[in-house]
Unconditional design. Sequence first.
Length: 372
Amino acid sequence: MKSKTKEVSYQQLPAAPDSKRPCNTRLIQSFSKCTPLKVIAVVVLTALSTCLIIYSCLDKRLIERLCCTHNPVVQTADEPETMTSKYGNIPDSDDFRPRHRYRDNDNIRYKHTKRRLPQCIIIGVRKGGTRALLNFVNLHPAIQIANKETHFFDDDDNYSMGYEWYRRKMPYSFPQQITIEKTPAYFVEESVPERVHKMNSSIKLILIMRDPTERAISDYTQIHMTKLSKGKQHESFEELAINEDTGEVRTTYRAIRRSIYHRHLERWLQYFPLSQFLILSSEALVRDPVSQLKIVENFLGIEHKITPANFYYNRTKGYFCLRNETHEKCLAESKGRPHPNVSPEVVKKLQDYFRPHNYKFYRMVDKDFGWP
Ligand code: A3P
């Protein structure tokens, strides 16, 4: 039986106003012109845009944890050479660093980077300018720093977590870069030299030393300010540093003990030769940071990249601060703050007390720091 349906091609359909045309007429038309290549292109583009939408909706941290623990997020693939040429292009709202650098809370990491144990540690001294030194060396493209003090070697709980815990506290770095951390407590804690030696007997160690009297007063100021901010009472420096009855220096006061440098260094020298240390002067860093950073660059065997153009002198603060073409940044307010007034007699007493200890230290390191 013959079908009653009359076959007509769509071209034969009577013309109708656009709004009334069968809705898929145009579609049929365009599909009829489709080539396999076009179909593949459409499929690929759709898949890509779906992936992009999903990716931008997910929390980046979650992505890193889910799929990138071993081969993590690649934001860009700058190689160190490119980084060097970008060096100096900075601004950054909360931290003064070149844009190319990895920031812990960015969840950004570059291809070919991984976290590595430090090849260099700033071990002290507390209040010697360790933060300034760390932030300044961080300008160098061959250096990556751990921003927070890790307290791995001096804290038994942290140490018991093992090297892998420690490594995870380190920043991502390229193979050619040097990882540096600073924890000034390392210098004075007895267990530390042996532990550091056990991890890496050829590690480079940096010390930045300050006039021991000034250092002790600065040490006191830090604790004093913390106590005041918590609404707690705190004795005066004089009360803590000088025995009221005898008028002698209280050698048990921790701020005093930490300033007897030769005692602490002696312990380190049982494990490391002096050649593995770089011993800088805090006063020199305050006066002329670039000259001290050049010494650090030499010690680490890296090119001289940090120049006077990276600094300006801030008269209000009374210290050098960082600068680039668009941005200026000083250290936090807690660095370089005024000290409480300490009576000149007490200052003199401390200087007299520290002098023989200083000479011992000068002999040990073969360098006179010229402290009063
Ligand atoms: P004060 O705040 O007592 O003056 P650390 O970082 O080891 O805690 O040391 C703090 C000290 O760094 C400060 O002590 C200050 O003297 C010194 N310092 C060195 N260079 C500095 C800089 N450019 N800006 C601020 N403080 C600096």
